[in-house]
Design a protein around this ligand. Structure first.
Ligand code: BGC
Length: 734
């Protein structure tokens, strides 16, 4: 350690001697002392920077890096997508892949799947593994996780987020961040804020009540700050007329002001639009901005960025505040000392069997059993001929979807895993439908004859004991993909008709939905079982077959509502000004009633409710009891309940606690998730679960005082295993 420090000091000494523009170079270089407190290192380094060097910290030097300060030995900062794995290397100055041979990563499941585990321990495992991969690949900032709230099932990026409920998303995002940053890399929480649709994402201006903002759309971001996230990414959309990447209210007032975020605020790629706004309204690093046609010239077009030469000029002319530049540089240096120049930074590891095991564990724990009349599990000893039908049984789901696409070192498809588990002689396959090849921003027609594909599938299905239909969405444009929303809620590519015809030729039909979004399921009475399989990453097929075969008892729960019809969703219950907006103005008229809150307030039955998921065993919940524990500043509601596994196999159940205020001075959702716990219970055994939440979480955002207020009086508490939880308790808060 000492030797390394001496070498560094020597190097810097030389560099400093050779420089004539350093404003201060005589004091001890504290910034190089890895044992010194970070804030001292930051201030010391900051005091040595020239104006130009500070500005250089505020914008890209390539597609995914910023320059650092070479003169002082402060290294470049490298970023990578995120959030499901470390993306393949991209060229210095174009979106083309660099063609490296050593960048095939472990693909972890999509974040909706992680959220569906309802198990923060899975988030920690995921975060640790992806942090190690990022570190090994010499990335300093991992662009993820994302926590935009699921407002409509049409949003093309829902698969990258953690569902419709702020409490669930908050509980799941925190361990990911804490564990990933242990590897000495910064997570970058995105897309702050209100990036709830991809349609017109660069322009749409979101209008919503302050209450909906505070109670629904911001809590998971706040949880990320509390978990210690070292960076945030701005959103493309506008709020209050200003873009998310330089927004006075969202960034300066709330994130950096109220919440005390001391990390770096990075623009989404191409999300910065104006030098003055970027300088004054909270943006620290500008990435991905278009380059005024200079991309292919010899001139360095990164100099044209809003926070590059135009910023330098504005600073020199006194048009923008110097103290804001110092604040930006300070934050970037802090990030560098927290990551790149931190003490004992581990080396990380990449594409290992351990990481594949994590991917498999998360994927199978997130899988949700939506329906089962007993056909599942499919025991290998009992099943002879399995017909696997559907394009998603073989299609790679890692290689598309936009910026979260991955080049995995392994991606086990459902078909491969079925063959592995049940034997090649037992399995036959037909594609059944074709979606067409994927291409960025385009919908390509399928090159196949749909009738021919269906005919073949019906023939294969007719001769089997069990039909496994693997369909759903995919990662093509206007499916689950960045930069476009879905066009329909129904299953695409003729799948619904195919399901109907498959059920007619073979009633032993199991439907597996691969998607990051809910789909219309008006056909749900036809199959004997329905499984929500998500995008499972490298081990997708294995995880699915673990559940289908009964090797693993399913325990995932929906992180969002499955609406029976699209118009049952609050965002679609009004006119188009509510979604996708008119003239780029979008009004969130459903207000705080997002997801199950809307369904319950309006008495609409979902196809499958938020928090729902079956198991191969059954659970019975005992009578819950409630108490309030108050010690000094710690004021909690604690509900205890016994969970008995009344079936024949071991399993895990998620006990959920919802609260409501029946008589309130403001509109309240009939139920809001306040606590949950996943518990493993052996067949025939009973476990005791305690669900606790802070009384503060009963507060509503009061728009007249701009503060959180707790109303006194009676609150109803509901305990159960979905948002339709049955047991009711009452607690009085004074
Ligand atoms: C996406 C971000 C991503 C960035 C860099 C943007 O298009 O919105 O989520 O991190 O590209 O690839």
């Amino acid at each position: 350690m000492k030797n390394r420090l001496l070498v560094c000091l020597g190097l810097v000494g030389l560099l400093v001697m050779g420089s004539s523009c350093s404003p201060k170079s005589t004091t001890e270089p504290i910034y190089l002392d890895e044992n010194a407190p970070i804030e001292e290192r930051v201030e010391d380094a900051l005091s040595r920077l020239t104006l130009e060097e500070k500005v250089a910290l505020c914008h890209a030097q390539s597609k995914f890096s910023i320059k650092g300060v070479p003169r002082l030995g402060i290294p470049e900062v490298w970023m990578s997508d995120g959030p499901h794995g470390v993306r393949a290397e991209i060229e210095w100055d174009s979106w083309s892949y660099a063609g490296w041979g050593n960048d095939s990563c472990t693909a972890f499941p999509a974040l909706t799947c992680l959220a569906a585990t309802w198990n923060p321990e899975m988030s920690a495992l995921f975060g640790k593994a992806i942090g190690e991969e990022a570190r090994f690949r010499k990335k300093d900032v991992l662009l993820g996780p994302g926590v935009n709230i699921y407002r409509t099932p049409l949003n093309g990026r829902n698969f990258e987020y953690m569902g419709e409920d702020p409490k669930l998303a908050s509980a799941m995002v925190a361990p990911y961040i804490e564990a990933a940053q242990q590897s000495g890399i910064a997570t970058c929480v995105k897309h702050y804020a209100l990036n709830n649709q991809e349609t017109r994402r660069m322009r749409v201006n979101v209008h919503l009540s302050e209450r909906a903002l505070r109670e629904i759309y911001l809590p998971a971001f706040k949880a990320a700050v509390d978990a210690g996230a070292w960076s945030f990414m701005g959103s493309y959309n506008r709020y209050n007329g200003q873009h998310g990447c330089h927004n006075e209210v969202l960034i300066n007032q709330i994130l950096k002001g109220e919440w005390g975020f001391d990390g770096v605020f990075i623009s989404d790629w191409g999300g910065a639009h104006d030098t003055y706004e970027a300088a004054e309204y909270g943006l620290d690093i500008e990435m991905g901005t278009g380059s005024d046609g200079l991309t292919y010239s010899t001139k360095n077009h990164y100099d044209n960025y809003h926070l590059a030469l135009p910023y330098l000029d504005a600073l020199k002319r006194g048009e923008v505040k110097m103290e804001n530049l110092d604040d930006k540089a300070r934050r970037v240096l802090r990030l560098i000392f927290r990551t790149l120049m931190s003490k004992d930074r581990p080396w990380g590891s990449f594409a290992t069997e351990e990481h594949a095991a994590v991917a498999r564990e998360v994927a199978r724990e997130g899988i949700v059993l939506l329906k089962n009349d007993g056909i599942l599990p499919l025991k290998a000893s009992e099943v002879k001929r399995i017909a696997v039908i559907g394009e998603n049984a073989t299609r790679s789901m890692c290689k598309a979807g936009g910026s979260s696409e991955l080049k995995p070192w392994r991606e086990v498809s459902p078909l491969e895993a079925v063959v592995e588990a049940y034997g090649a002689e037992q399995v036959s396959y037909a594609m059944g439908y074709g979606s067409g090849p994927s291409s960025y921003g385009r919908v390509n027609p399928s090159p196949y004859d749909a009738e021919e594909l269906k005919r073949e599938a019906l023939q294969v299905a007719g001769g089997a004991d069990v039909v496994l239909f693997v369909g759903g969405l995919n990662k093509s444009h206007q499916q689950d993909c960045e930069d476009g929303d879905r066009k329909t809620y129904a299953l695409p590519f003729g799948q619904e008709e195919l399901i109907r015809e498959l059920a007619a030729v073979n009633p032993n039909l199991v439907v597996v939905l691969i998607s990051g979004n809910a789909v219309e399921t008006q056909w749900s009475h036809l199959p004997r079982a329905i499984v929500q399989g998500w995008y499972g990453g490298s081990e997708a097929g294995h995880a699915l077959v673990d559940v289908l075969s009964g090797a693993v008892n399913p325990s995932g729960k929906l992180p969002f509502s499955f609406y029976a019809r699209l118009e049952d969703c609050g965002a679609h219950a009004f006119d188009v000004s509510c979604y996708p907006g008119v003239d780029d103005e979008c009004y969130y008229k459903e207000d705080i009633l997002v997801g199950y809150r809307w369904l319950q307030a309006k008495g609409i039955a979902p196809a499958y409710p938020f928090g729902y998921g079956l198991s191969y065993t059954t659970f019975a919940l005992g009578e819950p009891t409630v108490k309030r524990t108050r010690y000094a500043t710690d004021d909690k509601v604690v509900v205890a309940v016994e969970v008995t596994n009344t079936g024949e196999v071991d399993g895990k159940e998620v006990v959920q606690l919802y609260a409501s205020k029946p008589e309130s001075c403001v509109e309240r959702a009939p139920r809001e998730l306040k606590a949950f716990q996943k518990v493993k219970v052996k067949a025939g055994e009973t476990a005791r679960v305690e669900l606790a939440f802070d009384v503060q979480e009963l507060a509503y955002w009061d728009e007249t005082s701009d503060t959180w207020q707790i109303e006194s009086g009676e609150y109803d508490l509901y305990v159960g295993n979905s948002s339709e939880a049955a047991s009711k308790l009452t607690i009085t808060v004074r």
